[in-house]
Design a protein around this ligand. Structure first.
Ligand code: TXA
Ligand code: MG
Length: 357
């Protein structure tokens, strides 16, 4: 794909203004792109049944065409129409009904065989489709008003962290999209759990804040963790390349026990409060001019603050970030640790293309 010049006037719309909701829906109806809030992260919405609109999403995000999109709907029937459950596949249908009834609207994306009419571009020509009902009133209103499912990848340039505020959306997509609908901060803060249900064993392809334990309890089955930070094999096409990375010099992850050697350096630190305080007790205060992102101890709150910290550290684009990994085996931390590991390990200049935009 050629990279067009981007000089759109990106409209700033406000979720408590009815006229702005109508404007957002009208832009989507005529094939445009609007960043919409969800409970997880902001998504870049487009008409999911229009190949032309879907193509614009890939272009605006600079997203590889091999990375499929998630369809967002407002009720289970609308979701069922996107799937093609073989008449005999009762097991998949039973799993769908249980998961959808338990977790929707909410941060769970369900993957199964797709219906034939779905544009191939949206699913990277796979035979499956990803669907979820987001938990956000204004976005639900807009999907209903559009009367079509909306595709919504996270509203960021490819490789960068997902946005949890309209401000983050504009940090990478200002001028590249038609509008952003500001609805304040996203509560969950990291992307939905992605689960594939049409195979012998249900697989988690991307961990999220609905963890394996909760899905296993809902389905009364054992669930396989099948994501790349767990087994090094990308199972979601989108997990195969650089992700969740702030545009700074470098990001490195380490365990609390290995954090000592950089403690007195100029590097930025991102750590959980209890790990930061333990290091401070042992090593003394960090140099005064350094920047530290100290996140809350509870997984739920840590997740909701994480991407805000990653965007904040972009103010220091020539610096390095050291992420102190929480040493937790509890499944409530799995998704967070997955994102931290993926955002780590980037080299200087890897973002040089992004900065041109
Ligand atoms: O919370 C979320 O899921 C957010 C909000 C906006 O809903 N959306 C989001 O979309 O994170 P995106 O495009 O950034 O991530 C979608 C992930 C990618 O890793 C993609 O590879 C995977 O879902 N995916 C989508 N369709 C798939 C399919 N048919 N098979 C396997 N993986 C799929
Ligand atoms: Mg994304």
């Amino acid at each position: 794909m050629n990279s067009p010049i981007y000089d759109k006037q990106t409209l700033r719309l406000c979720s408590n203004n009815t006229a702005d909701l109508i404007t957002a829906a009208n832009i989507l109806k005529r094939g445009g792109l609007v960043a919409l809030p969800t409970e997880t992260v902001y998504g870049l919405a487009a008409n999911g049944l229009s190949s032309a609109a879907i193509e614009q999403v890939f272009r605006a995000k600079n997203r590889p065409l091999v990375n499929p999109l998630i369809f967002h709907v407002t009720d289970q029937n609308q979701a069922l129409k996107l799937f093609n459950f073989d008449g005999n596949d009762r097991r998949t249908l039973r799993r769908f009904s249980r998961l959808a009834s338990t977790f929707w609207p909410g941060p769970l994306t369900i993957i199964a065989k797709k219906a034939d009419y779905i544009p191939g571009l949206a699913t990277a020509h796979l035979d499956t489709v990803a669907v979820r009902i987001p938990h956000n009133q204004v976005t639900t209103k807009i999907i209903k008003e559009c009367a079509v499912p909306l595709v919504m990848p996270s509203a960021n340039l490819s490789t960068r962290p997902s946005p949890t505020s309209a401000f983050h959306v504009l940090a990478t997509l200002d001028g590249r999209i038609d509008a952003v609908l500001d609805d304040g901060r996203c509560q969950v803060g990291i992307e939905s759990t992605v689960v594939r249900i049409d195979l012998e064993q249900v697989k988690i392809l991307r961990p999220g804040m609905i963890d394996r334990h909760a899905i296993s309890l809902c389905l009364n089955e054992t669930i396989e963790d099948n994501f790349s930070s767990n087994n090094n094999k990308p199972s979601c096409p989108g997990q195969a390349y650089l992700h969740y990375s702030p545009a700074i010099n470098s990001v490195k992850t380490c365990l609390p026990s290995d954090a000592h050697c950089r403690w007195q350096s100029e590097d930025m630190f991102l750590a959980r409060r209890k790990d930061f305080l333990a290091l401070e007790k042992q090593m003394g205060p960090r140099p005064t001019a350094t920047t530290n992102f100290v996140l809350q101890d509870e997984a739920k709150f840590y997740a909701s603050e994480l991407y805000d910290a990653l965007y904040a550290c972009e103010s220091y684009m020539h610096k390095n970030l050291i992420i102190v990994l929480p040493q937790e085996t509890d499944s409530s931390w799995t998704a967070i640790i997955d994102r931290l590991i993926k955002s780590g390990g980037i080299k200087a200049n890897q973002h040089s293309n992004d900065r041109k935009h």
